[in-house]
Design a binder for this molecule. Structure first.
Ligand code: SF4
Ligand code: SF4
Length: 431
């Protein structure tokens, strides 16, 4: 067993926050994972107790605590429900970083995060070859949802995966990258760049129809959340610094993204990590973070243009991403944008319920992820809506797979796509 004193030192900075938990258990009712398993170690209270055990050295199994800490969607529902205001997400992310520093990263994660994700140019180049291969490695599943199955036996071959775009967003907007007078910068994020470029184009179209000049800085990197969630602080800081150089230009009024997860990472977790940076760099991070806006929140603030539809609008139901619900401004803005677009909104029973993706959680705990997702699927189908909309491409991935597996004829769209299509006089689906 390794000497635990070093880990206790790394965790010591969390001591006050860990003590703030009064063990009331209010977080149980909010946790989508606990709703599936009923296991105390799956809910915030249990995880905080494990961290206290490591800190006080009454527990010695650091690797096991890391495994249990990573069994979490990082949805933030527990923090939102906590009457003591315990900063659960901040604690979890800092504890993952401390455990990553103490235990090191597994080789596969190191390879993906440090060898690929943290090097944006290499990441873009390697992923550029992938769409050519996917035709060989996959067969179509549901063309209307653009999903495909891997040509593999067993469980992997039964998954309905969203296909990579043939041309990523950053290659479609090359001419838009040099708008020197632009006051708005667009942060695409990996999923919009590589899987949902249409969402990125819709965002740019919507912003430009508001009369805004928008620049898309070239060579953007990942927001860093996969590295932060894996406890890889070095890769996270490398990505933060890379993007900071692109988004800290003077005169910029807003950094807009169509990914609720990226928005939460840039607004909340960049400043968290920046606490340990030199003061000047920390101030730059905080200034950029304060300008970051999720696109529907931004559009609602500037006042979306109201569309007068010549035909009945398609019916949509709105899934609220956890990062928008619990970490950002909440769920009203997407509804304001949908209303301006003239969409017929049919609310599902609990739009704020998690879809079950949770980033790498969906890879490591696929069955649990799907079980949480199926409850969301039932709600979507019960509305009878033609389209399910949301504000996060990660949720769009999960919803696409769930609907594809179910053979349901419901489309998946981003809120801003509905808005941009309405502005252009198009329908999201045939009316
Ligand atoms: S709701 Fe907050 S104070 Fe109560 S057990 Fe959960 S984390 Fe602790
Ligand atoms: S972040 Fe979500 S999944 Fe993780 S403990 Fe909190 S409520 Fe549960």
């Amino acid at each position: 067993m390794r000497e635990l004193a070093g880990l206790a030192v790394l965790l010591a900075r969390l001591e006050d926050q860990l003590q703030a938990c009064m063990r009331c258990g209010f977080c149980q009712a909010a946790c989508p994972l606990y709703a599936q398993t009923g296991r105390e170690e799956d809910v915030a209270r249990g995880k905080l107790a494990l961290l206290r055990g490591l800190l006080e050295r009454s527990l010695a199994e650091a690797e096991e605590v890391r495994r249990l800490l990573e069994r979490c969607l990082l949805c933030g529902a527990c923090a939102a429900a906590c009457p003591r205001g315990v900063e659960v997400m901040e604690i979890f992310l800092q504890a993952r970083a401390a455990l990553g520093e103490y235990l090191g990263l597994p080789a596969a994660k190191r390879l993906v995060l440090r060898g690929l994700l943290a090097r944006p140019t290499r990441f873009h180049r390697v992923l550029a070859a992938a769409p050519r291969l996917q035709g060989l490695l996959t067969r179509p599943a549901r063309p209307e949802l653009d999903t495909a199955c891997l040509r593999l036996p067993g469980r992997l071959g039964r998954r309905h995966l969203k296909r990579l775009a043939e041309v990523p967003l950053h290659r479609r907007v090359a001419l838009r990258t040099a708008a020197a007078d632009a006051r708005v910068l667009f942060f695409s994020g990996c999923l919009i760049d590589k899987v949902f470029p249409g969402t990125g184009l819709a965002t740019l179209a919507a912003l430009e129809r508001q009369g805004l000049a928008v620049e898309v800085p070239a060579a953007q990197g990942c927001c860093g959340l996969p590295a932060l969630a894996a406890g890889d602080r070095d890769s996270f800081l490398a990505l933060l610094r890379h993007n900071l150089g692109l988004f800290s230009r003077p005169g910029v009024e807003a950094v807009v993204t169509a990914c609720a997860t990226c928005a939460a990472t840039l607004r909340r977790f960049w400043p968290l990590a920046a606490r340990e940076l030199p003061p000047a760099e920390r101030r730059t991070v905080e200034a950029v973070a304060a300008r970051v806006q999720e696109v529907s929140t931004f559009l609602a603030a500037v006042g979306p243009r109201v569309v007068h539809r010549p035909r009945p609008a398609p019916s949509v139901t709105c899934h609220d991403p956890c990062h928008l619900t619990h970490s950002l401004a909440g769920n009203q803005a997407p509804r304001e944008v949908l209303s301006a677009a003239g969409a017929r909104l049919v609310e599902m029973a609990r739009p704020q319920d998690c879809c079950g993706l949770g980033g790498s959680f969906a890879l490591q705990h696929r069955e649990l992820s799907l079980a949480i997702g199926r409850r969301k699927l039932e709600q979507v189908l019960a509305t009878g809506a033609q389209v399910v909309v949301t504000s996060c491409p990660a949720c769009m991935l999960q919803l696409s797979e769930l609907l594809s597996q179910a053979g349901a004829g419901v489309q998946v769209r981003h809120v801003v796509e509905i808005y941009a299509q309405a502005l252009a006089g198009e329908e999201a689906v045939p009316a």
